[in-house]
Write a protein that binds this ligand. Structure first.
Ligand code: 1BN
Ligand code: ZN
Length: 315
């Protein structure tokens, strides 16, 4: 079923590959569920930030982990806290917590949805060098993707789904250093070596990273296209709203790299900016990454896109 679905998707779905926004109407047509609630996702994003920066090893990180467990328990069939130790590039060994919410554990057709929940210990892209050793709040870089996934789980709990869905909230994505790919995505790398289910083989995965900015542009990330091009087509065909741009974007070292290398095709929905020096939004790895830059309309478009993809896989 899925193979024919990918073939049928083609690559452009009536949009040009040169940057035309995906069609809102076409994207939502196949979906009979309630619309995704961006304001509820905003609230779940805010609640994470109220703990403070979620830097691994800090009390705020531990408190947020407990809250994530409790929140997922309300909407998932099973919730797992996976603990482990990883080696950081600069801080020595580090205890991590990956948190996994499982919906319909018995279903054989499964979708993996992931986002990182940790926040970067260093605002090293801040315009003021005095802030470079301070932690970022990570409203966008961390909390936004998690907020969308927590709200998605709540809506699926209300409305039901035939699909198996695994929500993987990974730790220690953001402890990396320049020119050292393996220093990023430490929680994900740990999970690929210790999957929560043996021989785990979902249809594919979707990573959310930095999905909350009012000015977000979600172009088709390069490594996603290389590893999982058919699934990129599927996601962008189902994209809801004007933040999704049906054009090729840049390449990002992110959690999806390690998922793809582990043999699970994985698509990164990430806010890429061709007009900024970092390639990301201006708040990226600065003290400005706070709730004031988060727009519920953007969260709604991302959540709605996931609901559209799920509806299509259910058919
Ligand atoms: C995304 C958000 N990333 C970190 N915070 C991944 C990344 C790694 C981005 C290296 C740029 C360079
Ligand atoms: Zn980051």
């Amino acid at each position: 079923m899925l193979l024919s679905l990918i073939t049928a998707c083609g690559s452009t779905n009536g949009s040009t590959a040169s940057g035309q926004a995906a069609s809102d109407t076409a994207a939502t047509a196949s979906n009979n569920r309630q619309a995704f609630d961006g304001n509820a996702a905003l609230d779940l994003t805010r609640q994470q930030c109220e703990f403070g920066p979620r830097v691994p090893g800090t009390p705020a990180h531990a408190q947020c982990a407990d809250w994530l467990m409790a929140t997922l328990k309300a909407s998932c069939d099973t919730v797992i806290m996976q603990t482990g130790t990883v080696q950081t590039a600069t801080e020595g060994p580090l205890g991590i917590k990956n948190i996994i919410g499982v919906i319909n554990p018995e279903a054989s057709q499964r979708l993996l949805l992931l986002a990182h929940w940790d926040t970067r210990p260093w605002a090293d892209n801040d315009p003021d060098a005095a802030n470079h050793r301070k932690p970022v709040m990570g409203a966008n870089d961390g909390a936004s993707g998690v907020g969308v996934l927590l709200q998605l789980a709540q809506q699926l709990k209300k409305e039901g789904t035939a699909l198996g869905i695994d929500i993987l909230l990974v730790d220690a994505e953001d402890m990396g250093v320049d020119d050292n790919e393996e220093s990023w995505g430490l929680g994900t790398q740990y999970w690929t070596q210790h999957p929560h289910v043996s021989s785990y083989k979902p249809l594919f995965g979707i990573l959310l990273d930095m999905v909350g900015s009012a000015n977000a542009t979600f172009t088709r990330e390069y490594y996603s296209t290389q590893y999982a091009g058919g699934f990129v087509d599927l996601v962008w065909k189902n994209a809801a709203g004007n933040h999704f741009i049906n054009a090729q974007g840049g390449a990002v070292t992110d959690d999806h790299i390690f998922i793809n290398r582990a043999g699970i095709p994985c698509v990164d929905i990430i806010d890429l900016r061709s007009d900024s020096p970092s390639g990301f939004c201006p708040e990226w790895h600065t003290l400005g990454d706070t709730m004031s830059s988060i727009d519920p309309a953007t969260l709604a478009q991302v959540g709605q896109t996931l609901l559209n993809v799920i509806a299509q896989l259910e058919q």
